[in-house]
Design a protein around this ligand. Structure first.
Ligand SMILES: NC(=O)c1ccc[n+]([C@@H]2O[C@H](COP(=O)([O-])OP(=O)(O)OC[C@H]3O[C@@H](n4cnc5c(N)ncnc54)[C@H](OP(=O)(O)O)[C@@H]3O)[C@@H](O)[C@H]2O)c1
Length: 186
C-alpha cells in the first residue's frame, strides 16, 4: 500500500511554487516510482498487488485544493489504468479514494468535524472495507457507503463548489491559527 500524502488548503496562487513542487513529488512522483518498481518485480514473479491511496478529491478539481486534487488525480488515473493493464500478468492494482476518514489530516487541514457533511469514518473501518474491496479485485474503492452515495448523487458542479467553500473556510481557520500562534510567541 502506498499511502503517504498530504497538502494544505488555500488559494493556489498564495502557495510558493517550490512547496507545490515538493507536494507533487510526495503525492504523485513517489507513486510513479513505487508503481513502476514494484510493478516490474510483481510481473516478473507472476503475482502481487498494490493499493494506491489517492483521495476523493481526485475525481473533482477542488478550489482551495487545486494542486492536491490534481496530484491525486494522477494517482487515480495511473492506478485505474494499471488495474486493467497488469491483471493478465496476475498483478492486482486498486486505488483507494478516501474522502472523510478520521485521521489527523482533518485537524491538520483546519476542517471542523461538526461542519463536515458526513461524520468522519473511523480509520480502521475504512481500511477493512478497502482490504475487502481489494480482495474482490475492484479497480477503486471509496470508503463509506454514504460517501459513495453522495459521490454518485451530488451533481459535479455542486460538489466542487460545496467542497471548495468548505476548504476556503478551513484555510481561513488555519491562517487564524497561525496568526494566534505567532502572536503568543515571546
Ligand atoms: N483522511 C482522509 O479523509 C483523506 C482524504 C483524502 C486523502 N487522504 C489521503 O490518505 C493518505 C493518508 O492520509 P491520512 O488521512 O492517514 O493522514 P495523515 O495521518 O496525515 O497521514 C499522512 C501520511 O503521509 C506521510 N507523509 C506525509 N508527508 C510525508 C513525506 N514528505 N515523506 C514521507 N511520508 C510523508 C505521513 O508520515 P508521518 O506520519 O511520518 O509524517 C503519514 O503517514 C494520504 O495520501 C492523504 O492525502 C486522506
Amino acid at each position: 500500500m502506498s499511502n503517504a500524502g498530504g497538502g494544505s488548503p488555500g488559494p493556489f496562487l498564495d502557495q510558493a511554487l517550490d512547496e507545490l513542487h515538493r507536494r507533487l513529488v510526495l503525492n504523485a512522483t513517489s507513486y510513479l516510482e513505487l508503481a513502476h518498481g514494484f510493478g516490474r518485480r510483481f510481473v516478473a514473479r507472476g503475482r502481487g498487488g498494490m493499493v494506491l491511496v489517492a483521495a476523493l478529491g481526485a475525481v473533482h478539481g477542488l478550489p482551495n485544493m487545486a494542486h492536491v486534487s490534481a496530484s491525486k488525480a494522477y494517482v487515480l488515473m495511473l492506478g485505474e489504468a494499471l488495474h486493467y493493464e497488469l491483471e493478465s500478468a496476475g498483478v492486482d492494482v486498486m486505488v483507494m479514494l478516501p474522502g472523510n476518514v478520521d485521521t489527523p489530516i482533518i485537524d491538520a487541514y483546519g476542517l471542523e468535524r461538526a461542519e463536515l457533511p458526513i461524520r468522519p469514518m473511523p480509520a480502521d473501518a475504512a481500511v477493512r472495507e478497502t482490504v475487502a474491496a481489494f480482495l474482490k479485485k475492484r479497480p477503486m474503492h471509496i470508503p463509506g457507503r454514504l460517501m459513495r452515495l453522495m459521490t454518485r448523487l451530488v451533481p459535479r458542479s455542486r460538489a466542487v463548489r460545496m467542497n471548495g467553500r468548505m476548504l476556503g473556510k478551513a484555510a481561513d481557520r488555519l491562517a487564524a491559527r497561525d496568526l494566534a500562534a505567532s502572536s503568543v510567541t515571546p
